[in-house]
Design a protein around this ligand. Structure first.
Ligand code: CA
Length: 367
């Protein structure tokens, strides 16, 4: 049959066609809810970010809008920035006990509750955003994440990635590993432990105090995120060197999480609407980070005297050795961390072989 005839026949056969679909498509109908309830749900989402924080706070607001529209107004989620309903770092507990139904943050903030959580954000010399998504969504990483959160009555969702971050702002050059000795740097998480092992001093400074601390020399260096957020912080006005790459955050995965019991009690269609919105968030966040970072890197170069420098290879090699030591110590003492890391590590070996053949060649030779 010619294509034109086929299209004509298909159009005319619309009614007969739908009859066939009804008889053959029982699987689809079985899965659809028999009755769409009009019950309305009003949920609260707490976040670890300041209200409306660029990209990561914005996505929480967008999620709320998308879910409201997709559910035909049946589900309304009120978003609270860190400190508005509960302190930022109490989001995990708040959702765990059901004081808020959903949360938004990064799993490595919950390392004090469950050390294995950090593997679902990033580890130093870890995977990039594309590989993290492959692990979580395509290779069973989400199952492990669910396992780690289940004892807290939480269910996690992948909800964006920052992409490779920058290595930080310095006022002295880092030419050898010895230049890190005695260096006071604002660097969180496992990266901080690695810096300490190199003789530096990782310090915790709240977001709002980093600029002043660096300006006054209370700290010698800081990392933050990437050019977009760093520009807004103004670090290019007070630091000479901007080092790359963010060896400590090679693609930080972000998260949404819900109270598991409350989520599972939702009608099935609302559950899928939430899951679908998080997948849209997963794509939106990385695209937004990448697009903005390119633009703001240009602005930093044009508007300041900052030198963008690569960490020397031997500095990175040594930091990688320290990273392995830090991870070894962790997994020796924590069985769940060992389980998650082993899975991640095996997957990483597999995907690195693939990435080296393709992405890496592109970046090295074709870009
Ligand atoms: Ca960072």
């Amino acid at each position: 049959m010619k294509r034109k005839d086929f299209l004509k026949k298909a159009a005319l056969g619309g009614i007969a066609g739908s009859a066939i679909l009804t008889s053959c498509g029982s699987n689809i109908e079985d899965k659809a809810p028999a009755i769409i309830s009009n019950k309305k749900y009003k949920w609260k989402m707490v976040t670890t970010w300041p209200p409306n924080f660029p990209v990561v706070g914005e996505i929480a607001n967008l999620m709320s809008e998308w879910i409201y529209t997709m559910s035909g107004g049946r589900m309304k989620i009120e978003v609270y920035g860190g400190g508005e309903l509960v302190p930022a770092l109490e989001s995990f507990d708040a959702v765990s006990i059901g004081a808020a139904e959903m949360g938004c943050g990064a799993s490595y903030y919950w390392v004090g509750k469950v050390p294995a959580s950090q593997f679902f954000t990033t580890i130093p010399f870890g995977m990039n955003a594309q590989q993290m998504a492959a692990w979580l969504i395509g290779a069973g990483g989400m199952d492990l994440w669910n396992e780690v959160y289940a004892p807290f009555d939480l269910i996690p969702f992948a909800g964006g990635n920052t992409g490779v971050q920058m290595g930080g702002w310095f006022n002295k050059r880092i030419d050898s590993i010895d230049d890190l000795k005695g260096l006071k740097m604002r660097i969180p998480g496992m990266g901080g432990k690695v810096l300490n092992r190199a003789g530096g001093a990782a310090v915790l400074v709240a977001g709002g105090e980093i600029y002043t601390s660096l300006e006054r020399g209370v700290i010698d260096a800081t990392e933050w995120i990437g050019p977009y957020h760093d520009y807004k912080m103004g670090f290019h006005k007070i630091a000479k060197y901007y080092y790359t790459p963010g060896w400590h955050e090679t693609g930080s995965q972000l998260e949404f999480f819900a109270n598991k019991t409350l989520f599972e009690n939702l009608p099935k269609d609302l559950q899928i609407i939430i899951e679908t919105a998080t997948m849209r968030a997963q794509a939106w966040v990385l695209a937004e980070f990448d697009a903005k970072n390119g633009r703001y890197l240009k602005k930093i170069k044009e508007e300041s005297e900052v030198q963008v420098l690569d960490y020397p290879t031997d500095v990175l090699s040594k930091l990688r050795v320290y990273t392995n030591e830090v991870i070894e110590e962790l997994i020796e003492t924590d069985a769940l961390s060992k389980k998650v890391f082993t899975h991640l590590h095996n997957f990483r070996k597999e995907i690195n072989d693939w990435s080296k053949l393709t992405e890496k060649v592109f970046y090295n030779d074709l870009m």
